[in-house]
Design a protein around this ligand. Sequence first.
Ligand code: SAM
Length: 280
Amino acid sequence: MSAQLFVVATPIGHLDDMTYRAIDVLKSVAIIAAEDTRQSALLMKHYNIATPLTACHDHNESNKIDILIERLKKGDNIALVSDAGTPLISDPGFKLVRAAQENGIRVTPVPGACAAIAALSSVGLPSDHFSFEGFLSSKQSQRLLQLEKLKANTHTMIIYEAPHRILDSVADMVNVFGGDRQVGFAREITKTFETIKKMSLAELHAFIESDRNQQKGEIVLVIAGATEEKDLEQEALDKLLLRLLQDLSVKAASQLAADLTGMKKKVAYQRALELTSAND
Ligand code: SAM
């Protein structure tokens, strides 16, 4: 069988989140291409993996590719790993995988931990349709533009964020998406100070602002899509209006609903009219 490039996922915190197959593959290949050889050396030591490591990161990826492809062509199996989680997911490796594919070399995934999927699977937001947005820009003006583009998305969005930017980033999200939008906060997944929470963006901002520890470590944000929030708001408003309309006129019910919810009276009035005619 010709040589293969194995794309191997490694733990994102807890070392036990390594699969048996990942260990077997890493022990059996001729060489391991690693994002940071010093970082990966610790993992290899933990699992008694003696396979040589070679650096393959963002800065040398292009130069390294030719060398690695030549070795694969000669019949050497190679494994690609990143510092943590699944290679290529906000990590280097795409160019190597594409080059292997273009050279007719089989690319085999060895799946395992990924912070995005671990967060999505635990924060309690719809997971049937989602997008992975990676890291937002570190520049606020760019970040606001990116958020504006995401604002109307109706699916769940997964975002990676650096701890030193989390407060500013969440503040921008409150401004663009509105403070009521639901968000999942997954910090230090699988580690000692793991925090998994779901709340509104405004609540999250207050939570991390009041506790500096929540601004530390590794963080994934999972943002609810626009539709679900609107549906829930609409559902709550309809429930309120229907109850008020049992005792009050359309005008009085919509005035009271507007006072209670902060919504525009005109919008409440229009909806009250629709509900009344639907019930006629
Ligand atoms: N390839 C990795 C994966 O499969 O998730 C992601 C690498 S990316 C350079 C690092 C980012 O992933 C962090 O800044 C954080 O947003 C997220 N991340 C990685 N490990 C995490 C963890 N244990 N808890 C929460 N977020 C994590």
